[in-house]
Ligand binder design. Structure first.
Ligand code: GLU
Length: 254
């Protein structure tokens, strides 16, 4: 592997109504290891702007415009923490805010790709998020799982790792069935699995397991891999990504 995309969700970056700085730092530490020890190029897709904004000001999150305003408030706060921790590792980061249309348009995606190559070749960690402020219905990815899948494909990554409040795909709902078993390897997905209801576990997340499966399906169809694992505890992700040891978490691979 040469280039990977790591996506972290809003639920992971929030704890007790505050930005979960300890988890954010652990994530940056993992990325630094991947860059320094494994010599990987890492692109980070980070949610959490709305949730970070909400730690500064309380607006009614049911209103779309309020959520967009919260994203505008929260995005620089997120970046401040990323920048600080990356600096502790002697690394620099950059922000790229994208909307779905950027990947639909050949001109815009070529532009974004050109910028991505400059950042990566200068050892900078690009941090992507949806451009929530201008993302209206037509422009919206809706969730960063799709943004991350598109980024992985269009920016030529070998793998997308989603670090989430869902630690893998189970053979039945683990919230309802205590005997549910994790599926370690998934080679294809059934249409029914992609049509299930969206079930975000956190009030700030727009995803849930279905959006992860859609992202996996998008990549499987294009012969790319996706790995889904816990973002709360990075032990499994570290085993897999740093040591090549797949102990837990789900790998989607043809
Ligand atoms: N872009 C939104 C944020 O940063 C999150 C989208 C999602 O839940 O995936 O807050």
């Amino acid at each position: 592997m040469k280039r990977i995309v790591i996506k972290v969700g809003s639920a992971v970056l929030r704890e007790d109504n505050l930005l979960a700085v300890r988890r954010l730092n652990n994530l940056v530490d993992l990325i630094a290891r991947l860059k320094n020890e494994k010599k990987l190029e890492v692109i980070l897709v980070s949610s959490g702007a709305v949730s970070a904004g909400n730690t500064i000001i309380n607006l009614d999150k049911k209103k779309v415009l309020n959520r967009q305003a919260l994203a505008a408030i929260g995005q620089p706060l997120l970046m401040k923490h990323y920048k600080k921790r990356f600096r502790d590792h002697g690394l620099k980061c950059a922000q790229m805010l994208l909307v779905a249309e950027d990947f639909d348009s050949r001109k815009r995606s070529a532009n974004a790709k050109g910028i991505m190559e400059i950042l990566l070749s200068n050892n900078i960690v690009p941090i992507l998020n949806e451009n929530d402020v201008i993302a209206n219905e037509e422009l919206l990815f809706g969730d960063n799982d799709q943004l991350a899948a598109h980024a992985a494909y269009y920016f030529g990554a070998d793998l997308l790792a989603i670090l989430s409040d869902v630690d893998g795909l189970y053979d039945s709902n683990p919230h309802e069935n205590p005997n549910a078993k994790m599926r370690h390897l998934v080679t294809s997905l059934e249409p029914e699995e992609l049509e299930m209801k969206h079930t975000p576990n956190s009030e700030f997340a727009t995803g849930g397991i279905v959006t992860k499966l859609k992202a996996a399906n998008f990549l499987l169809k294009r012969n790319k891999m996706m790995y889904l694992s816990s973002g709360f505890d990075l032990t499994n992700a570290c085993d897999f990504l740093v040591h090549g040891n797949h102990k837990n978490g789900t790998l989607f691979k043809k």
